[in-house]
Design a protein around this ligand. Structure first.
Ligand code: CUA
Length: 353
């Protein structure tokens, strides 16, 4: 009996698993890659990384090279051979202390310089203030001047600094957009600040980068860098009141279900478009205008939303909505809504452009 796979089939399995992994992790927006810099700050960080990387490569090659050389050159060649005995070599010891110290001093200076350039508390200019709140497990994004609160997608204009206040009412999260900006912790009881600046239009992936519970890895967001005109148009659209469904329509039934306190939706979600207070669930006034939901892990379409409302626990285990709805129909805690309710709510939410 063959107990182990042959080496070839094992290699093939590793290859298939790796390719599947990379295929599954590919998503909308730029990949989460600090080396693909799309902003001056990200370029500074990538540049520092490259310098540190090549310094480390040089040190590694030198040290390992010398090690291999000495092992081969000075190995014992006869049973009765003994090494020559030394007692110290001052010049050599001073050299191998000073050279690494010098390298570390240069690395330290470069790091301090980069921290000065991209430091979260040193924005290069004052721009648009926004507040980003770490939730379980999604991101709330508020534009206080325009009185707009949205979720999952941070819109910003090119060429303008966004001054970001970071807020948490639960645990520690960390705000990170690898292609645009470094990481800043999001702390309960202490609002940190950072800034983002982008001059290349595009959609960039963001990620919570501090372990914060079951769905930490699925606490994603996107940053949309747009032309100033597009950004203003978007901001304007978000200040409008939520769309009112036509009387008697499926959407109107959905709204009724949504507003009925027994169904618990309004315990956590608001459909007030502006100025709504921060709640446990995302503001849904313009839900349908967002391209993703549930911490940006699902594209926002009818199929995904239906599956989400049918069984939120299966779609994102541990999420607060699944927990809150479990008592609605105790006989089927994982399917808290009836098929009719799901259809009406889906129609209503998809109408909230
Ligand atoms: Cu939020 Cu990890």
């Amino acid at each position: 009996m063959r107990l182990f796979w042959s080496q070839k089939s094992r290699l093939l399995a590793i290859l298939i698993i790796s390719l599947t992994f990379f295929a599954l992790t590919g998503c909308a927006g730029t990949p989460q890659d600090i080396l693909r810099a799309y902003s001056p700050a990200a370029a500074e960080i990538a540049n520092l990384f490259n310098i540190l990387f090549w310094v480390s490569v040089a040190v590694f090659v030198l040290v390992e090279g010398l090690l291999v050389f000495f092992v081969l050159r000075y190995q014992r060649r006869a049973q009765d051979e003994h090494p020559e005995q030394y007692h110290g070599n001052t010049r050599l010891e001073v050299t191998w202390t000073l050279v690494p110290a010098l390298i570390l001093a240069v690395v330290f200076a470069l790091t301090i310089q980069t921290m000065g350039q991209v430091g979260p508390t040193n924005p290069p200019a004052q721009g648009i203030p926004i507040t980003v709140a770490g939730q379980r497990w999604w991101w709330s994004i508020e534009y206080p001047e325009a009185k707009v609160r949205t979720a999952g997608i941070l819109h910003m204009p090119t060429g303008q600094v966004m001054n970001v206040a970071l807020h948490s009412e639960n645990v520690i999260h960390s705000f990170w957009v690898p292609s645009l900006m470094g990481k800043t912790d999001v702390m309960p009881g202490h609002d940190n600040s950072t800034w983002i600046y982008g001059n290349i239009p595009g959609t960039y992936s963001g990620q919570c980068t501090e372990y914060c519970g079951t769905q930490h890895a699925n606490m994603l967001f996107r940053v949309k860098v747009q032309s100033p005109e597009e950004f203003q148009a978007w901001l304007q659209s978000q200040t409008a009141p939520a769309v009112e469904p036509a009387p008697g329509s499926l959407e109107a039934t959905g709204k009724e279900i949504f507003l009925n306190p027994n169904n618990k939706c309004i315990g956590c979600h608001s459909i007030e478009s502006t100025d709504a207070p921060l709640q446990d669930g995302p503001n849904l006034a313009h839900f349908a205008s967002r391209e993703c939901f549930a911490g940006c892990i699902y594209e926002n379409n009818r199929d995904n939303l239906t599956r989400w409302l049918e069984n939120p626990e299966a779609m994102k285990p541990g999420n607060l909505m699944a927990k809150a709805l479990m008592t609605l129909r105790p006989e089927t805690p994982y399917h808290p809504l009836t098929a009719d309710q799901v259809a009406a709510l889906t129609a209503y939410l998809e109408s909230l452009k």
